[in-house]
Design a protein around this ligand. Structure first.
Ligand code: C2E
Ligand code: MG
Ligand code: MG
Length: 446
């Protein structure tokens, strides 16, 4: 009976995978250490660690491999951390350490550097060696600071800063703005929202103005945050990318978008193609292509009904496997388009290298092309470029009839933008498609 009680007590305060104290115990210890440091006039440091690429390992090599890494990290930490200090696994791949009784701030720096070396040694997982890496955020409490300083939050902010700047570690300073605080909060909230309907898709039609035919729809992600309201994907996608959430999030988008397309088809509407935005780091996964192929096979959806929109960023650091991945997708009929063309780095060579079928003229050029001559030239050049390469070209962000006229005159007939329709939910777009039929495709002809 008593042994059972002790066991439950142990489990309440420890992480069962690594045997390290958990967040609950760590917070109690932190409170005690702050009180002690105040009495003894000492400095304490809180170091928060987050493994680089951990989520990718979990997603691509499986949870057992992820667990092995976590155990190895904790073994290395246990060997190095002093008995009188405290450490914990806070959750996921986050670990924290309290260093007590520091004499100077440099002690925390040299300790942090040591941890970087220790944790960056290769890990042997499933007979593969993989290079570890870690980022560290450090928050310091010194005599004179309030006792209720939220040291854990400060270390978390510093950690975020370290990751964002791809630095190895960062100290919290009061200058770290509320902007970072917002991003830290968003990251934590996004992790929670990944499997909820706070995240959902809307769909925007793409049409060919020559026939007024619907040629596809683009799936766009939305996040309705319970307190902050709508957050733009332009803000939260980079956060998801930076924190390794894009594999999960991206696959959810792909799955939901394809399922939606199939539901529309079952109900008698066929918008031809579902275009889905893909982040470069989704292509890092070795199973990316196979997962998509399995998905469309399961849904009985022909590959040609799926289009992947990638940005020029994939060309900056393509992995050797990217070639194979994109080719395999193309062999299965899946289309590839280059989004926001002209905003990043692309050359004829890189464009030729992969099986693109379409270029998308970035919204920012379309927006200003009637008032800015250099944007106008970029739009014209892109259209010419596409023509020379035998690719289709589509303009997005078309809001005005004058913009449409200009595009038409210059040989771009595929458009997407508020002029045609705003992004809509699955049901609304279904109604929209039905209305088009009854009104004889009259969207742009009134
Ligand atoms: P994008 O792929 O270039 O998407 C086009 C953006 O233009 C969308 O913004 C769309 O709502 C907006 N838009 C369309 N027509 C008009 C118009 O006529 N006027 C104006 N002012 N805007 C128009 P949104 O939905 O805010 O998405 C922003 C970016 O976030 C997207 O740019 C895309 O890069 C990214 N994104 C959105 N959903 C996903 C996703 O599921 N995965 C990934 N990786 N990225 C996504
Ligand atoms: Mg797009
Ligand atoms: Mg775009």
């Amino acid at each position: 009976m008593f042994a059972d009680f002790l066991r439950r007590l142990y489990l309440a305060y420890h992480d069962s995978l690594t045997g390290l104290p958990n967040r609950a115990q760590f917070m109690e210890e932190l409170g005690r250490e702050l009180a002690h440091a105040q009495r003894a006039d000492n400095i304490i440091a809180l170091l928060m660690l987050d493994l680089d690429h951990f989520k990718q390992i979990n997603d691509t090599m499986g949870h057992a491999a992820g667990d092995q890494v976590l155990k190895e990290v904790s073994r290395r930490l246990k060997k190095r951390v002093r008995k009188e200090d405290h450490m914990a696994r806070l959750g996921g791949d986050e670990f924290a350490i309290i260093q007590r009784d520091l004499k100077t701030l440099e002690d925390a720096v040299s300790f942090g550097k040591e941890l970087l070396v220790i944790l960056s040694q290769p890990y042997d997982i499933k007979e593969m060696k993989f290079q570890g890496g870690v980022s560290i955020g450090i928050a310091i409490w010194q005599p004179g600071q309030p006792i209720d300083t939220n040291l854990l939050e400060q270390a978390d902010i510093a950690l975020y800063k370290a990751k964002e700047e791809r630095g190895l570690f960062a100290f919290y300073t009061s200058k770290m703005t509320s902007e970072i605080k917002r991003r830290v909060d968003l990251r934590n909230d996004l992790e929670e929202a990944l499997n909820t309907d706070e995240l959902f898709l809307v769909y925007q039609p793409q049409i060919d103005i020559r026939s007024n035919k619907l040629i596809g729809v683009e799936a766009l992600l939305r996040w309705k945050h319970p307190e902050k309201g709508f957050i733009s994907p332009a803000e939260f996608i980079p956060i998801a990318e930076m924190h390794g959430m894009m594999h999960r999030l991206g696959f959810r988008v792909l799955k939901e978008a394809c399922e939606t397309l199939c539901r529309w088809c079952d109900k008698g509407e066929n918008p031809e193609v579902m275009a889905v935005n893909i982040s470069p780091n989704q292509l890092d996964s070795e199973v990316f292509d196979q997962k998509i192929i399995d998905l469309i096979e399961r849904l009985g959806m022909p590959g040609k009904m799926l289009e992947l929109e990638v940005t020029e960023r994939i060309m900056i650091q393509p992995r050797a496997s990217t070639d194979l991945t994109l080719r395999k997708l193309a062999e299965n009929g899946i289309k590839l388009s280059m989004d926001d063309f002209g905003t990043g780095y692309s050359s004829l060579l890189t464009l030729r290298r992969w099986p693109f079928h379409r270029l998308k003229i970035a919204q920012e050029f379309v927006r200003d092309m009637l008032i800015d001559s250099s944007d106008r030239e970029i739009v014209k050049a892109t259209i010419g470029f596409a023509e020379n390469l035998g690719l289709q070209v589509i303009a997005e962000g078309v809001e005005e009839m004058e913009q449409l006229e200009f595009l038409k005159q210059n040989g771009c007939y595929l458009i997407q933008g508020y002029l045609v329709a705003r992004p809509m939910t699955e049901d609304k777009l279904f109604e929209w498609m039905q209305k088009r039929i009854t009104e004889n495709n009259a969207v742009l002809s009134e």
